[in-house]
Write a protein that binds this ligand. Structure first.
Ligand code: 13P
Ligand code: SF4
Length: 330
């Protein structure tokens, strides 16, 4: 290839069609200014980059973020998280614009459970209800009976009459954990999170040996081999509360390491060791969550896009199991 060919190529395909911005702008200041002008609220998940978490009005786990979205008085919701979370905010606020800095911020659990396949799966179990983990698409929510998150899954299953048969989708690891905790049998959809399945039991055991005082804390999306060694299992907010209330000072954290930012903010004197993946990659970081950057957060507020647009009928149907979840979590 000639050098002239290379020069004629656009610098970055990712910014095609987006008006460039002054690279010396103080993005944090601009975001705060835009937020006031738009009367917007920034909701961020714990797995977001630290600089995004620091600009958010509210940081939380999936349940807390849905509750915030339901209650917000803001005119615009900026969702610093992944697509299914922003979709949930839209379903709860059909009349408000919901902006997501990068529309490609998906989730392996949502992608691994397409609604037409779940529909076929349901047909095999006509006397079962479907309880879906919130990490699924709006279309899957629309054919589910109840939604749950990792922080309320056990509580919700325990409210279902004992003789009611249940399909649990899409996370087999959370499903198995809930079965063990509740003593209920459920038919599990065989989905998994690419991030939480990456943790190496072998390397975690080595870390435990080298740090005998450290407690292993894990998200229920981890595999059984990790969960069976854990001193505490909980949702992201559960893990954060646990380390804050614990008398211990060292923790091996088996979830996406973005949460360590809040753990350190609340507990600057404590030590948090991210659980390592099997190979020497960064695959314990969620590649979807990390698609959102402060630059994209600024651009989505400046340009009022990308916006979450959903089919009206899907939104109406998906609202029913979501509202059931919010009611059952009170
Ligand atoms: P939480 O509900 O614990 O925030 O989990 C969401 C998630 O995507 C975990 O991978
Ligand atoms: Fe989905 Fe896993 Fe990323 Fe959570 S960490 S958003 S479950 S891919």
């Amino acid at each position: 290839m000639e050098t002239s060919d290379i020069k004629s190529k656009p610098l970055s395909l990712k910014f095609d069609g987006i008006k460039p911005f002054d690279p010396y702008l103080n993005l944090a200041e601009e975001i705060i200014k835009l937020k006031k002008e738009m009367n917007a609220v920034i909701l961020a998940h714990y797995y977001q980059e630290s600089e995004i978490q620091d600009l958010a009005d509210f940081i939380g786990d999936s349940l807390q973020l849905s509750q915030q979205a339901e209650q917000t008085k803001a005119d615009v919701i900026i969702f610093a998280g992944v697509h299914f979370m922003a979709e949930t905010a839209k379903i709860l606020n059909p009349g408000k614009p919901v902006l997501l800095p990068d529309l490609n911020a998906g989730c392996s659990l949502a992608e691994g459970c397409p609604a037409p396949l779940l529909k076929k799966f349901k047909e095999k179990y006509p006397d079962h209800i479907v309880i879906s983990y919130i990490n699924c698409t709006a279309e899957v929510k629309a054919i589910s009976d109840i939604i749950c998150t990792s922080s309320n899954a056990v509580r919700i299953i325990e409210q279902i009459p004992k003789d009611q048969k249940i399909i649990f989708a899409p996370d087999r690891n959370l499903g198995r954990y809930v079965m063990q905790k509740s003593g209920r049998d459920m038919v599990l959809w065989q989905g998994a999170c690419i991030v939480h399945e990456t943790f190496s039991e072998r390397k975690i055991n080595k870390l435990k040996f080298e740090n005998p005082d450290a407690l292993l804390i894990a998200h229920p999306e981890c595999e059984e081999t990790v969960l069976s060694n854990a001193d505490y299992i909980g949702s992201t907010s559960g893990l954060l509360n646990f380390v804050t209330e614990s008398e211990k000072n060292e923790f091996i954290v088996a979830t996406e390491p973005g949460i360590i930012h809040q753990m350190l903010k609340k507990n600057p004197e404590k030590t948090f060791i991210p659980a390592p993946p099997e190979s020497s990659c960064n695959c314990n970081e969620c590649p979807y969550m990390k698609l959102n950057t402060i630059e994209k957060l600024y651009l989505c507020m400046r340009d009022k896009k990308p916006e979450i647009i959903l089919d009206e009928d899907i939104m109406k149907k998906a609202l029913v199991p979501l509202e059931r979840m919010l009611e059952m979590s009170k």
